[in-house]
Design a protein around this ligand. Structure first.
Ligand code: FAD
Length: 381
């Protein structure tokens, strides 16, 4: 490894961890720096579509994820008040035969832990908060809050919506609060489901708010909901705040009894601001490149934000393999050429919150294979 170019990935979220795992498997000399002192199993679920499962196959954790996750038969969309079915999108066995991989819902902490465990030893360093970046032309110097300084030939900014590396490339600019918050709760079943049995994966809709509900384990012993609800203001100094059953009842007054049953079953609820940025004018400069929320944060309404970060990581690995690291500018351009349009499309559909409200065909999203998609050049000037 000694003379190989050094790649530093900043941020061990889902995008950065996937990137480090894929780059290490491809034989690159990679280090992953994370500001947190460690990870815990925070209360949230996540959808992992076939587009992501194909990348998990490459990382070597597809089988274990398939074992741990819940395999919804359908994505249901239901009217929030009447419970009428608005859309029924086939997943389950259909996803495996049609897209070539499963569609899962899983606990986010379990997913992250599996991916972290797939990293070769010695790659991930915790307690490393990047504070300063200097691109010296032939290398980049990275200064951390603990006083240490590291050098790298390539730096990947996977440091999320408040990215320090985005700030280095484009200046200080807080993300935009969308005027929406998300309530999140994970809790143990059984819980009385009211008049309807719990669907394995369902989004309850009204025009200005929604609630997405799904199991996060294959045993279906934990269920999760996440909402999108208007709230005029949010103080961005809080990353999240506690909520309550009373607030939820008020917010979803008059909704279907099965939604009320879920609220009644909830133990702890938190609420989070939903943040966005306009598409960035550049994704890279010099030896630094961005991925995931650092680059294109989006509303979570398509359940594809982490998926885009992971796909970015896989595409970066692919172009590094194809172009090599010496010509990193060409590699970065090729990466952006092949990611900006898709990430932008997902960002827009998420913004509009229309995804699967009606029986649309999701093939363009779920059927994407980042390793097989023909590469295009010159899409972004
Ligand atoms: P992050 O996950 O934010 O990771 C960034 C990492 O960088 C963090 O670990 C952070 O500690 C670290 N970091 C930050 N600054 C520094 C620094 N200076 N130095 C070192 N480390 C640093 N997506 C889906 O695909 N499916 C879903 O079902 C889904 N549901 C969602 C529900 C909600 C309510 C929300 C808010 C989002 C949801 N998303 C979902 C979106 C998804 O969470 C994000 O898009 C995804 O986490 C982005 O991954 P990332 O790796 O780019 O950034």
């Amino acid at each position: 490894m000694k003379n190989k170019p050094r790649i530093a990935v900043i941020g061990a979220g889902l995008g950065g961890t996937a990137g480090a795992a894929l780059l290490a498997r491809a034989g690159f000399n990679v280090k992953l720096y994370e500001q947190a002192p460690g990870f815990s199993r925070l209360g949230a679920g996540i959808h992992v579509g076939p587009n992501v499962m194909k990348i998990m196959r490459e990382i070597g954790i597809e089988d274990e994820l398939n074992r741990q996750g819940s395999h919804p038969d359908y994505w249901y969309s239901r009217d929030g008040k009447t419970g009428d079915i608005l859309a029924q999108i086939p997943l389950g066995d259909y996803a495996v035969s049609h897209y070539g991989a499963s569609y899962l819902t899983v606990h986010r902490g379990d997913f992250h832990a599996l991916m972290t465990a797939a990293l070769p030893p010695g790659i991930l360093e915790f307690d490393k908060r990047l504070t300063k970046v200097e691109d010296l032309g032939d290398k980049v110097q990275l200064s951390f809050a603990d006083g240490t300084v590291e050098e790298a030939d390539i730096v990947i900014g996977a440091d999320g919506v408040n990215s320090r590396l985005r700030e280095h490339l484009l200046g200080v600019e807080p993300p935009k609060y969308t005027g929406l918050i998300a309530h999140r709760a994970v809790f143990q079943t059984p819980v009385d489901s009211g008049p309807l049995p719990f669907d394995m994966c369902v989004k309850w809709w009204a025009d200005d708010r929604h609630m997405m509900v799904y199991f996060v384990t294959g045993k279906r012993d934990e269920i999760y909901y996440v909402t999108g609800v208007p709230e005029a203001e949010w103080n961005l100094s809080h990353s999240n705040l506690p909520s309550s059953q009373a607030e939820m009842r008020d917010t979803f007054a008059g909704w279907h009894p099965t939604v009320q049953a879920l609220i009644n079953g909830t133990k702890e609820i938190s609420k989070w601001p939903l943040l966005e940025r306009d598409p960035l004018p550049l994704w890279s400069r010099g030896r630094i490149v961005l991925l995931g929320d650092a680059c294109h944060p989006m509303k979570p309404h398509m359940a594809q934000g982490a998926a885009m970060a992971i796909e970015d990581a896989a595409m970066l690995t692919r172009v590094f393999q194809q172009v090599g690291l010496d010509d990193h500018e060409t590699a970065f351009r090729l990466y952006e050429d092949n990611r900006a349009e898709r990430a932008g499309r997902v960002q827009l559909v998420s913004h509009n919150n229309t995804w699967l409200r009606t029986n649309e065909n999701p093939d363009w999203c779920f059927g994407y294979d980042v390793f097989k998609e023909p590469l295009v050049e010159g899409r972004r000037k």
